[in-house]
Each structure stands twice: as structure tokens, then as C-alpha cells.
Design a protein. Structure first.
Length: 160
């Protein structure tokens, strides 16, 4: 494996599933080389998933405006941002990277990239009259339109 691509999100939480939608699109399109794709519902899983000699690309929803922008961030970008306290919602991506750096400094990937898709807080509708398949994210139009651009950004790290 040369690259591990990790999509974060919750399928039933509207635009929070942006990272998972990117992973699904990558699987449909096919990946060059020996890249590995992984889905994680919670950022705490990153602590272990970042322990690899491979390049890691984390794809996640980012609370920012306008919705549907594709952002490329580095761990240092996240570290320079405002500190977000740990809550019942779990760790932020930057906090998970720092925790992995502290707990497994010799095993942390030397090359970590974050591809963010900005979301405006769209949540999955309650009482949806047309049930969706459990594996189909309910993304807002702006975020859904950003998925192909996020796929292209991820592929740029693979040389594709």
C-alpha cells in the first residue's frame, strides 16, 4: 500500500457524510496503484489509522462557508487554527493527528493530507417520505456537486 485514503462521516447526518461520498465515488471510479480506502464514522479511529508508513489522505466535512468548497489542508494548518475542546462529539481531525503523534510518534504517517468539503450545517431530514438506501448519503446540492472536485483532489495525491 502506498496511500491510505480515509473518509470520515456519518451517513445519516446529511452533509457530514461528504467524506464517505468521496470514498464511494473513488471506489466506483477505481483507484490507481495499491491505494487503500477506509471509512471511519468517528475521528477517534484516525489515531490508529494514521499509524502507517504510507501517505494518508483524510477526507472530511468542514464547517465553513460557502458550502461546497473543496479545501486542501495540512496537519500544520489544523494545528494553527482555533483550538476546539473535546466534547461528546469526539475529537477533531487535528486533535486526532496530534494524539497519534504523541502516542505513536515512530509509527505516524510521514505524509498526511486533509481534503475538506465545506458544509453549511445541512442535516438529514427527519421523516423523509422517500426512504433512501442506508449506504446513500443525503447531501445538499452544493456539497454533492463538490464530490467530483474532492475526488480529483484526492487523486492528485496519487499521481492520478
Amino acid at each position: 500500500m502506498t496511500t491510505r485514503i480515509i473518509g470520515l462521516g456519518q451517513r445519516a447526518a446529511g452533509d457530514d457524510a461528504a467524506g464517505l461520498a468521496v470514498i464511494e465515488a473513488l471506489r466506483r471510479q477505481g483507484l490507481p496503484g495499491d491505494a487503500e480506502v477506509v471509512e471511519a464514522r468517528d475521528t477517534t479511529a484516525l489515531v490508529t489509522l494514521l499509524q502507517t508508513p504510507a501517505t494518508v489522505v483524510v477526507v472530511d466535512a468542514v464547517l465553513a462557508s460557502p458550502p461546497g468548497e473543496v479545501l486542501e489542508l495540512s496537519p500544520s494548518d489544523l494545528a494553527a487554527g482555533a483550538r476546539v475542546p473535546v466534547s461528546t462529539h469526539g475529537l477533531g481531525v487535528g486533535q486526532a493527528i496530534e494524539l497519534a503523534r504523541i502516542t505513536a510518534p515512530n509509527r505516524l504517517s510521514p505524509d498526511i493530507h486533509i481534503v475538506g468539503v465545506s458544509i453549511g450545517g445541512h442535516r438529514a431530514p427527519s421523516g423523509d417520505p422517500e426512504p433512501r438506501a442506508l449506504d446513500e448519503p443525503d447531501l445538499s446540492p452544493d456539497v454533492a456537486a463538490a464530490v467530483p472536485r474532492a475526488v480529483a483532489r484526492v487523486l492528485s495525491f496519487l499521481g492520478g
